[in-house]
Design a protein around this ligand. Structure first.
Ligand code: SF4
Length: 438
Protein backbone atom coordinates (compact mmCIF):
# COMPACT_ATOMS: atom_id res chain seq x y z
CA UNK A 1 0.00 0.00 0.00
CA UNK A 2 1.26 3.47 -0.92
CA UNK A 3 2.04 5.71 2.01
CA UNK A 4 3.52 9.11 2.75
CA UNK A 5 6.86 9.07 4.43
CA UNK A 6 7.04 11.31 7.49
CA UNK A 7 8.79 14.21 5.67
CA UNK A 8 6.24 14.17 2.87
CA UNK A 9 3.43 14.23 5.41
CA UNK A 10 4.88 17.29 7.18
CA UNK A 11 5.42 19.16 3.88
CA UNK A 12 1.97 18.21 2.54
CA UNK A 13 0.24 19.30 5.71
CA UNK A 14 2.22 22.53 5.98
CA UNK A 15 1.00 23.37 2.47
CA UNK A 16 -2.55 22.51 3.43
CA UNK A 17 -3.67 20.59 6.49
CA UNK A 18 -6.23 18.66 4.39
CA UNK A 19 -3.82 17.39 1.75
CA UNK A 20 -4.47 13.75 0.99
CA UNK A 21 -1.99 11.19 -0.32
CA UNK A 22 -3.77 11.10 -3.69
CA UNK A 23 -3.34 14.88 -3.99
CA UNK A 24 0.35 14.53 -3.13
CA UNK A 25 0.67 12.01 -5.94
CA UNK A 26 -1.15 14.26 -8.42
CA UNK A 27 1.48 15.91 -10.63
CA UNK A 28 -0.67 19.00 -11.19
CA UNK A 29 -1.03 19.46 -7.41
CA UNK A 30 2.75 19.16 -7.12
CA UNK A 31 3.22 21.85 -9.81
CA UNK A 32 0.67 24.14 -8.18
CA UNK A 33 2.63 23.94 -4.93
CA UNK A 34 6.12 24.19 -6.32
CA UNK A 35 8.47 26.07 -3.99
CA UNK A 36 9.39 29.37 -5.65
CA UNK A 37 10.64 31.55 -2.82
CA UNK A 38 13.21 31.38 -0.04
CA UNK A 39 10.42 32.02 2.47
CA UNK A 40 8.31 29.05 1.41
CA UNK A 41 11.44 26.88 1.34
CA UNK A 42 12.11 27.89 4.97
CA UNK A 43 8.52 27.28 5.98
CA UNK A 44 8.16 23.87 4.36
CA UNK A 45 11.51 22.50 5.40
CA UNK A 46 11.44 24.10 8.87
CA UNK A 47 14.84 25.80 8.44
CA UNK A 48 15.84 29.44 8.72
CA UNK A 49 18.51 31.46 6.95
CA UNK A 50 19.95 34.51 8.68
CA UNK A 51 19.00 37.91 7.33
CA UNK A 52 22.18 38.55 5.26
CA UNK A 53 22.24 35.07 3.81
CA UNK A 54 18.61 35.39 2.83
CA UNK A 55 19.09 38.67 1.00
CA UNK A 56 22.05 37.28 -1.01
CA UNK A 57 20.00 34.18 -1.88
CA UNK A 58 17.13 36.32 -3.08
CA UNK A 59 19.59 38.22 -5.32
CA UNK A 60 20.48 35.02 -7.17
CA UNK A 61 16.83 34.34 -7.96
CA UNK A 62 16.66 37.34 -10.27
CA UNK A 63 19.26 35.56 -12.44
CA UNK A 64 17.64 32.13 -12.49
CA UNK A 65 14.32 31.24 -10.84
CA UNK A 66 13.77 28.82 -8.00
CA UNK A 67 11.40 25.93 -8.49
CA UNK A 68 11.37 22.77 -6.39
CA UNK A 69 8.50 20.31 -6.37
CA UNK A 70 7.27 19.35 -2.88
CA UNK A 71 8.24 15.77 -3.82
CA UNK A 72 11.88 16.68 -4.62
CA UNK A 73 12.01 18.95 -1.56
CA UNK A 74 10.98 16.02 0.63
CA UNK A 75 14.21 14.21 -0.32
CA UNK A 76 16.39 16.82 1.41
CA UNK A 77 17.95 15.79 4.69
CA UNK A 78 16.81 18.62 6.97
CA UNK A 79 19.44 17.85 9.61
CA UNK A 80 22.33 18.48 7.21
CA UNK A 81 20.65 20.28 4.33
CA UNK A 82 23.65 22.41 3.32
CA UNK A 83 25.59 19.26 2.38
CA UNK A 84 22.63 17.52 0.85
CA UNK A 85 22.94 16.63 -2.88
CA UNK A 86 19.26 17.40 -3.51
CA UNK A 87 19.53 20.79 -1.81
CA UNK A 88 22.69 21.66 -3.71
CA UNK A 89 21.12 20.86 -7.07
CA UNK A 90 17.92 22.76 -6.42
CA UNK A 91 18.69 25.65 -4.10
CA UNK A 92 20.70 28.75 -5.12
CA UNK A 93 24.03 29.93 -3.73
CA UNK A 94 25.59 33.34 -4.19
CA UNK A 95 28.41 31.85 -6.35
CA UNK A 96 25.85 31.63 -9.17
CA UNK A 97 26.10 35.39 -9.59
CA UNK A 98 29.91 35.27 -10.08
CA UNK A 99 30.71 35.05 -13.77
CA UNK A 100 34.27 34.13 -14.67
CA UNK A 101 36.04 35.20 -17.90
CA UNK A 102 35.78 31.79 -19.53
CA UNK A 103 32.07 31.30 -18.87
CA UNK A 104 29.48 31.92 -21.58
CA UNK A 105 25.73 32.40 -21.88
CA UNK A 106 25.51 29.78 -24.63
CA UNK A 107 28.70 27.71 -24.28
CA UNK A 108 27.57 25.04 -26.72
CA UNK A 109 26.63 27.64 -29.38
CA UNK A 110 23.17 26.08 -29.66
CA UNK A 111 21.71 29.36 -30.87
CA UNK A 112 24.38 29.74 -33.60
CA UNK A 113 23.74 26.21 -34.92
CA UNK A 114 20.05 27.01 -35.17
CA UNK A 115 18.60 27.11 -38.70
CA UNK A 116 15.14 28.01 -37.32
CA UNK A 117 14.09 29.07 -33.83
CA UNK A 118 13.97 26.10 -31.46
CA UNK A 119 16.04 23.75 -33.65
CA UNK A 120 19.73 23.02 -33.11
CA UNK A 121 21.22 21.19 -36.09
CA UNK A 122 24.75 20.36 -35.06
CA UNK A 123 25.43 16.76 -36.02
CA UNK A 124 24.97 15.41 -39.56
CA UNK A 125 21.89 13.22 -39.08
CA UNK A 126 20.10 14.47 -35.98
CA UNK A 127 18.58 17.60 -34.51
CA UNK A 128 17.45 18.92 -31.16
CA UNK A 129 13.96 20.37 -31.10
CA UNK A 130 13.20 22.57 -28.13
CA UNK A 131 9.51 22.13 -27.31
CA UNK A 132 9.32 23.64 -23.84
CA UNK A 133 11.35 25.97 -21.67
CA UNK A 134 9.89 25.23 -18.28
CA UNK A 135 10.91 22.51 -15.86
CA UNK A 136 9.32 21.10 -12.72
CA UNK A 137 12.57 21.78 -10.85
CA UNK A 138 15.19 24.27 -12.04
CA UNK A 139 18.57 22.61 -11.68
CA UNK A 140 21.09 25.14 -10.50
CA UNK A 141 23.64 23.53 -12.85
CA UNK A 142 21.42 23.91 -15.94
CA UNK A 143 23.42 24.66 -19.07
CA UNK A 144 20.44 26.41 -20.73
CA UNK A 145 19.91 29.01 -18.01
CA UNK A 146 19.72 31.65 -20.74
CA UNK A 147 16.37 30.25 -21.86
CA UNK A 148 14.96 27.87 -19.29
CA UNK A 149 12.49 29.49 -16.92
CA UNK A 150 12.21 32.62 -19.07
CA UNK A 151 8.47 33.09 -19.38
CA UNK A 152 9.00 35.36 -22.41
CA UNK A 153 10.47 32.61 -24.56
CA UNK A 154 8.07 29.67 -24.09
CA UNK A 155 7.91 27.95 -27.52
CA UNK A 156 4.39 28.36 -28.93
CA UNK A 157 2.61 25.92 -31.26
CA UNK A 158 3.59 27.99 -34.34
CA UNK A 159 7.27 27.88 -33.37
CA UNK A 160 7.18 24.14 -32.77
CA UNK A 161 5.41 23.71 -36.13
CA UNK A 162 8.18 25.69 -37.85
CA UNK A 163 10.76 23.39 -36.24
CA UNK A 164 8.83 20.33 -37.42
CA UNK A 165 8.65 21.88 -40.92
CA UNK A 166 12.43 22.28 -40.95
CA UNK A 167 12.79 18.58 -40.07
CA UNK A 168 10.25 17.66 -42.77
CA UNK A 169 12.27 19.56 -45.38
CA UNK A 170 15.64 18.19 -44.27
CA UNK A 171 15.91 14.54 -45.35
CA UNK A 172 19.27 13.91 -43.65
CA UNK A 173 17.56 14.13 -40.25
CA UNK A 174 16.84 10.59 -39.08
CA UNK A 175 16.91 11.19 -35.31
CA UNK A 176 15.08 13.95 -33.40
CA UNK A 177 15.75 14.77 -29.76
CA UNK A 178 12.91 16.60 -28.01
CA UNK A 179 14.32 18.79 -25.32
CA UNK A 180 13.59 21.94 -23.41
CA UNK A 181 13.00 22.79 -20.60
CA UNK A 182 11.22 19.54 -20.02
CA UNK A 183 9.09 18.09 -22.85
CA UNK A 184 7.11 15.94 -20.42
CA UNK A 185 5.68 19.07 -18.79
CA UNK A 186 3.57 19.56 -21.91
CA UNK A 187 0.03 18.19 -21.88
CA UNK A 188 -0.59 14.63 -23.10
CA UNK A 189 -2.39 16.12 -26.14
CA UNK A 190 0.57 18.30 -27.11
CA UNK A 191 3.05 15.47 -26.69
CA UNK A 192 0.82 13.26 -28.81
CA UNK A 193 0.58 15.96 -31.51
CA UNK A 194 4.37 16.47 -31.69
CA UNK A 195 5.13 12.74 -31.76
CA UNK A 196 2.45 12.13 -34.41
CA UNK A 197 3.82 14.91 -36.64
CA UNK A 198 7.36 13.58 -36.34
CA UNK A 199 6.38 9.97 -36.96
CA UNK A 200 4.56 11.02 -40.12
CA UNK A 201 7.86 12.23 -41.58
CA UNK A 202 9.23 9.25 -43.54
CA UNK A 203 12.95 10.02 -42.98
CA UNK A 204 12.61 10.39 -39.18
CA UNK A 205 13.60 6.96 -37.90
CA UNK A 206 13.65 7.59 -34.16
CA UNK A 207 12.57 10.21 -31.65
CA UNK A 208 14.19 10.72 -28.27
CA UNK A 209 12.95 12.69 -25.27
CA UNK A 210 15.32 14.25 -22.75
CA UNK A 211 13.54 14.68 -19.42
CA UNK A 212 14.19 15.07 -15.71
CA UNK A 213 10.58 14.31 -14.83
CA UNK A 214 11.19 10.77 -13.42
CA UNK A 215 13.69 12.36 -10.99
CA UNK A 216 11.88 15.48 -9.84
CA UNK A 217 8.18 14.82 -10.54
CA UNK A 218 7.71 11.06 -10.98
CA UNK A 219 3.92 11.33 -10.57
CA UNK A 220 3.79 12.93 -14.06
CA UNK A 221 4.37 9.45 -15.50
CA UNK A 222 0.66 8.69 -15.48
CA UNK A 223 -1.08 5.81 -17.21
CA UNK A 224 -2.54 8.20 -19.77
CA UNK A 225 0.91 9.61 -20.59
CA UNK A 226 2.20 6.05 -20.98
CA UNK A 227 -0.67 5.35 -23.42
CA UNK A 228 0.43 8.35 -25.51
CA UNK A 229 4.14 7.42 -25.48
CA UNK A 230 3.39 3.78 -26.33
CA UNK A 231 1.65 4.88 -29.53
CA UNK A 232 4.87 6.19 -31.07
CA UNK A 233 7.67 3.62 -31.23
CA UNK A 234 10.60 3.70 -31.67
CA UNK A 235 10.79 6.26 -28.89
CA UNK A 236 13.78 6.49 -26.53
CA UNK A 237 13.88 8.39 -23.25
CA UNK A 238 16.95 9.80 -21.58
CA UNK A 239 16.61 10.94 -18.05
CA UNK A 240 18.96 12.77 -15.67
CA UNK A 241 19.69 11.08 -12.32
CA UNK A 242 22.78 12.56 -10.70
CA UNK A 243 22.79 10.84 -7.31
CA UNK A 244 21.65 7.46 -5.91
CA UNK A 245 19.50 9.33 -3.41
CA UNK A 246 17.23 10.34 -6.30
CA UNK A 247 16.22 6.72 -6.96
CA UNK A 248 13.27 6.57 -4.59
CA UNK A 249 10.31 4.19 -4.63
CA UNK A 250 8.31 6.84 -6.56
CA UNK A 251 10.99 7.42 -9.21
CA UNK A 252 11.51 3.66 -9.54
CA UNK A 253 7.79 3.24 -10.11
CA UNK A 254 7.88 5.92 -12.84
CA UNK A 255 10.79 4.29 -14.69
CA UNK A 256 9.19 0.86 -14.28
CA UNK A 257 6.10 2.13 -16.12
CA UNK A 258 8.24 3.53 -18.92
CA UNK A 259 10.33 0.36 -19.22
CA UNK A 260 7.21 -1.85 -19.13
CA UNK A 261 5.85 0.23 -22.02
CA UNK A 262 8.84 -0.96 -24.05
CA UNK A 263 10.63 2.41 -24.05
CA UNK A 264 14.44 2.05 -23.92
CA UNK A 265 15.77 4.22 -21.08
CA UNK A 266 19.14 5.95 -20.80
CA UNK A 267 20.57 8.31 -18.23
CA UNK A 268 22.78 11.37 -18.48
CA UNK A 269 24.59 12.36 -15.30
CA UNK A 270 26.37 15.67 -14.84
CA UNK A 271 29.54 15.50 -12.78
CA UNK A 272 29.05 18.08 -10.04
CA UNK A 273 31.53 19.23 -7.40
CA UNK A 274 30.37 18.51 -3.87
CA UNK A 275 27.42 16.45 -5.14
CA UNK A 276 28.59 13.33 -6.98
CA UNK A 277 32.33 13.82 -7.61
CA UNK A 278 33.24 10.50 -6.01
CA UNK A 279 33.78 7.12 -7.75
CA UNK A 280 31.79 5.34 -5.05
CA UNK A 281 28.75 7.59 -5.50
CA UNK A 282 28.81 7.18 -9.28
CA UNK A 283 29.29 3.42 -8.98
CA UNK A 284 26.33 3.17 -6.65
CA UNK A 285 24.30 5.35 -9.02
CA UNK A 286 25.05 3.26 -12.12
CA UNK A 287 24.27 0.04 -10.25
CA UNK A 288 20.93 1.46 -9.13
CA UNK A 289 20.21 2.63 -12.69
CA UNK A 290 20.81 -0.74 -14.36
CA UNK A 291 18.86 -2.48 -11.63
CA UNK A 292 15.94 -0.29 -12.68
CA UNK A 293 16.46 -0.96 -16.41
CA UNK A 294 18.10 2.39 -17.20
CA UNK A 295 21.33 2.26 -19.19
CA UNK A 296 23.95 4.79 -17.98
CA UNK A 297 24.60 6.73 -21.18
CA UNK A 298 26.73 9.83 -20.56
CA UNK A 299 28.70 11.24 -17.66
CA UNK A 300 28.98 14.94 -18.58
CA UNK A 301 31.73 17.29 -17.61
CA UNK A 302 29.89 20.40 -16.35
CA UNK A 303 29.63 23.04 -19.11
CA UNK A 304 31.17 26.51 -19.13
CA UNK A 305 27.79 28.19 -18.64
CA UNK A 306 27.65 31.41 -16.67
CA UNK A 307 27.63 31.00 -12.89
CA UNK A 308 28.54 27.30 -12.83
CA UNK A 309 32.19 27.56 -11.80
CA UNK A 310 31.45 26.26 -8.29
CA UNK A 311 29.92 23.10 -9.80
CA UNK A 312 32.88 22.24 -12.04
CA UNK A 313 35.46 19.56 -11.23
CA UNK A 314 38.83 19.08 -12.95
CA UNK A 315 38.58 16.73 -15.95
CA UNK A 316 40.99 14.46 -14.05
CA UNK A 317 38.20 13.72 -11.57
CA UNK A 318 36.01 12.37 -14.36
CA UNK A 319 38.84 10.25 -15.78
CA UNK A 320 39.53 8.91 -12.27
CA UNK A 321 35.85 7.92 -11.95
CA UNK A 322 35.93 6.16 -15.33
CA UNK A 323 39.13 4.35 -14.33
CA UNK A 324 37.31 3.10 -11.25
CA UNK A 325 34.31 1.90 -13.28
CA UNK A 326 35.79 0.31 -16.41
CA UNK A 327 36.56 -3.35 -15.70
CA UNK A 328 35.40 -2.99 -12.12
CA UNK A 329 31.75 -3.33 -13.07
CA UNK A 330 29.56 -4.57 -15.95
CA UNK A 331 30.35 -2.89 -19.27
CA UNK A 332 26.75 -1.80 -19.84
CA UNK A 333 26.78 -0.02 -16.46
CA UNK A 334 29.65 2.22 -17.56
CA UNK A 335 28.63 5.58 -19.09
CA UNK A 336 30.75 7.45 -21.62
CA UNK A 337 32.50 10.45 -20.10
CA UNK A 338 32.18 13.47 -22.39
CA UNK A 339 32.97 17.15 -22.61
CA UNK A 340 30.50 19.08 -24.72
CA UNK A 341 32.89 21.23 -26.75
CA UNK A 342 32.75 24.92 -25.85
CA UNK A 343 31.87 26.80 -29.04
CA UNK A 344 29.70 24.01 -30.39
CA UNK A 345 31.90 21.12 -31.54
CA UNK A 346 29.62 18.53 -29.94
CA UNK A 347 30.42 15.82 -27.41
CA UNK A 348 34.02 14.72 -27.11
CA UNK A 349 34.76 11.43 -25.36
CA UNK A 350 37.34 11.69 -22.60
CA UNK A 351 38.33 8.26 -21.38
CA UNK A 352 41.38 6.63 -19.75
CA UNK A 353 43.96 5.34 -22.25
CA UNK A 354 44.16 1.58 -22.77
CA UNK A 355 46.13 1.39 -26.04
CA UNK A 356 49.75 1.85 -24.93
CA UNK A 357 51.68 1.25 -28.13
CA UNK A 358 51.66 -0.67 -31.40
CA UNK A 359 53.85 -2.04 -34.16
CA UNK A 360 52.98 -3.54 -37.56
CA UNK A 361 52.29 -6.91 -36.01
CA UNK A 362 51.19 -6.22 -32.44
CA UNK A 363 49.31 -3.78 -30.26
CA UNK A 364 50.15 -3.29 -26.61
CA UNK A 365 47.27 -2.77 -24.23
CA UNK A 366 46.77 -2.42 -20.52
CA UNK A 367 43.72 -3.49 -18.56
CA UNK A 368 42.01 -2.06 -15.46
CA UNK A 369 44.25 -4.18 -13.17
CA UNK A 370 47.42 -2.77 -14.67
CA UNK A 371 48.13 -5.97 -16.63
CA UNK A 372 50.03 -5.08 -19.81
CA UNK A 373 49.30 -7.40 -22.65
CA UNK A 374 49.89 -7.75 -26.39
CA UNK A 375 47.47 -8.56 -29.14
CA UNK A 376 48.85 -10.03 -32.36
CA UNK A 377 47.46 -8.61 -35.58
CA UNK A 378 46.14 -11.05 -38.23
CA UNK A 379 48.73 -12.38 -40.68
CA UNK A 380 46.58 -12.56 -43.78
CA UNK A 381 43.99 -9.83 -43.38
CA UNK A 382 42.53 -9.12 -46.79
CA UNK A 383 42.24 -5.37 -46.66
CA UNK A 384 39.34 -3.85 -48.60
CA UNK A 385 39.97 -0.68 -50.52
CA UNK A 386 36.73 1.21 -50.78
CA UNK A 387 35.91 3.02 -54.01
CA UNK A 388 32.24 3.43 -53.02
CA UNK A 389 31.19 1.04 -55.73
CA UNK A 390 29.06 -1.28 -53.62
CA UNK A 391 27.83 -3.26 -56.64
CA UNK A 392 31.24 -4.78 -57.17
CA UNK A 393 32.33 -4.94 -53.52
CA UNK A 394 32.81 -8.44 -52.15
CA UNK A 395 31.08 -7.41 -48.90
CA UNK A 396 27.85 -7.52 -50.85
CA UNK A 397 26.50 -4.50 -48.99
CA UNK A 398 24.01 -3.46 -51.65
CA UNK A 399 24.05 0.14 -50.46
CA UNK A 400 22.65 2.29 -53.21
CA UNK A 401 23.54 5.71 -51.77
CA UNK A 402 27.19 5.14 -50.81
CA UNK A 403 28.42 7.27 -53.71
CA UNK A 404 26.48 10.27 -52.35
CA UNK A 405 28.07 10.07 -48.91
CA UNK A 406 29.86 13.28 -47.95
CA UNK A 407 32.72 12.68 -45.54
CA UNK A 408 33.57 15.17 -42.81
CA UNK A 409 36.43 15.70 -40.36
CA UNK A 410 38.99 13.06 -39.44
CA UNK A 411 36.95 10.50 -41.36
CA UNK A 412 38.12 12.20 -44.61
CA UNK A 413 41.73 11.36 -43.82
CA UNK A 414 40.88 7.70 -43.25
CA UNK A 415 38.85 7.08 -46.37
CA UNK A 416 40.40 5.42 -49.45
CA UNK A 417 38.31 7.43 -51.88
CA UNK A 418 38.93 10.87 -50.33
CA UNK A 419 42.18 12.51 -51.43
CA UNK A 420 42.40 14.92 -48.46
CA UNK A 421 45.84 14.56 -46.83
CA UNK A 422 45.51 17.00 -43.96
CA UNK A 423 42.99 19.16 -42.13
CA UNK A 424 44.27 22.69 -41.59
CA UNK A 425 42.70 25.32 -39.30
CA UNK A 426 41.34 28.35 -41.19
CA UNK A 427 43.74 30.86 -39.70
CA UNK A 428 46.93 28.83 -40.16
CA UNK A 429 49.76 31.39 -40.51
CA UNK A 430 52.02 29.13 -42.53
CA UNK A 431 49.34 28.57 -45.16
CA UNK A 432 48.49 32.30 -45.30
CA UNK A 433 52.22 33.02 -45.85
CA UNK A 434 52.27 30.53 -48.69
CA UNK A 435 49.25 32.15 -50.29
CA UNK A 436 50.73 35.65 -49.91
CA UNK A 437 54.04 34.57 -51.45
CA UNK A 438 52.41 33.25 -54.63
S1 SF4 B 1 15.69 19.67 -16.08
FE1 SF4 B 1 17.25 20.08 -17.65
S2 SF4 B 1 16.58 21.92 -18.73
FE2 SF4 B 1 15.42 21.78 -16.80
S3 SF4 B 1 16.58 22.99 -15.35
FE3 SF4 B 1 17.26 20.87 -15.14
S4 SF4 B 1 19.06 20.71 -16.49
FE4 SF4 B 1 17.92 22.58 -17.10
Amino acid sequence: MLQYNSKQKIIAQTINSDTSLSQWRDWKWQLRHTVRSVESFEKLLGVQFDHDEKSTLIKTLSKFPLSITPYYLSLIDTDDYKNDPIYKQSFPVISETLITDHEMKDPLAEDKDSPVKGVTHRYPDRVLLQVSNTCAMYCRHCTRKRKVGDMDSIPCTEEISLGIDYIRKTPVVRDVLLSGGDPLLLSDENIDWILTELHNIPHVEIVRIGTRIPVVLPYRITDSLIDVLKKHPPLWINTHFNHPKELTSSSKEAVRKLADAGIPLGNQTVLLAGINDCPEIIKKLVHQLVKNRIRPYYLYQCDLSEGLDHFRTPVGKGVEIMERLIGHTSGFAVPTYVIDAPGGGGKIRVMPQYLISWSTNKVILRNYEGVITSYTEPTDYDSITCDRNCDTCKLNTELDDASEYKAIGIEKLLLDWDKTVSLIPEDNERISRRENEH
